[in-house]
Design a protein around this ligand. Sequence first.
Ligand code: F0G
Length: 441
Amino acid sequence: MIDSENKSFVQRCITPDCHAEYKLEDRLYVCSRCGGLLEIDRLEDTALDPASLRELWRTRRASDDTRDRSGVWRFREFLPFDEDTRIVSLAEGNTPLYDAPRSADYCRLTQLKLKHQGCNPTGSFKDTGMTAAVTQARKLGARVVVCASTGNTAASLAAYAARAELVCAIIVPGGQVSHAKLAQALDYGAKVLEIESNFDSCMNAIREVSEDASIYLVNSINPFRIEGQKTVAFELAEQLEWQVPDHLVLPGGNLGNSSAFGKGFRELLKIGLIARQPKITVVQAAGAAPFARFYSDPEQHGFVNEEHPKTLASAIKIGAPVSWQKAWRAVSETGGSVITVSEQEIADAKALIGRDGIGCEPASATTVAGIRKLVADGAIKEDETVVAVLTGHLLKDTDYVMKYHSNTLIAPDKEQIASNFGNPVNHAHPVKSFLDRITGT
Ligand code: F0G
């Protein structure tokens, strides 16, 4: 029997020689003693039995309770909220885990699975974190929720803020957010400010103003965001009948998602729900790759931000990732890696994922591009089990898709991207000859 009431959590600084502890009600984003990142620590006051937990979580899938219908709140034994908390939910999570045979062939793998976080209510993985962060905002009595964003956090926060009837203010880099993402934020009623700079400047600007007690910052520096996002590791493990893959591969931008997966698998291992952790590999676009540079030589230079990040995968055009220490822990603890892929590799992998009938936005395709490289280099063996996390929906950036298929996609360095798997719209063919041509008759 699981007693869900009997759980307790604190906020704790992750800096090894600090580890300062704070109450959940303390409205903090970093440690007030040393400035380090904070994470939620689950105090081990209850013996949770893995078999009972599996059964409980499985049973909830047949329930109509709002919390049970959410792929995040279904795992609430591991979330830092009381049973009677008024949650802000849009039935997030419960996303599909697809077999992707064409993408597997492309990577020269026997099998590849794609965990599609783009199938969340606002079309990206951000919703799994936002449900927790906005629930915490309401609990703290915040009036205004804010974030800086390359687009998806904006769309997600705007939706959850609307559900919670909170004022929502969003800062975005001018001209660098896809129309689809901006349109979502506007339609959900958020107030959007464009700054003529990049994401990292937007992030700095919003951190400065969020000291005000009525304002709550929900970028992934916020540890409650990470709590929601970590449940994707739980859901994935459950979908795989608690047998984790050899490798989990995901894109890296601000590095909140990698941190969340690391925390999720760590907690599952600790409680005995899984027997080992997957190797976590983070893939960055070559033009926005400070984490990959750090990985290649962690002792030598320390972490150096990328001052002018460049990539058409606008979601991950980030040079100063706020959560890099947590993501580093996830990668190093699991024996994973951090690699880069080129604009051409991203574009081709994205088209291939589309051919599996799945599709994703450009940032998500770094995963399949990265896996292909890792298999070619021998770092992933042909018969190993691999899951790639697709973070955003295909419809998030249709401008990119149309340009790729019409052979007009230009990389930031002005190089033309070859449309290797292009599928242009046809013109000026009578219907009969068009059909004859594509059927080969
Ligand atoms: N993929 C997509 C589609 C994203 O939107 C993001 C981040 C990432 C990957 C990278 O995830 O930051 O946790 O490493 N988007 C943020 C935003 C920054 O503002 O929407 P991360």
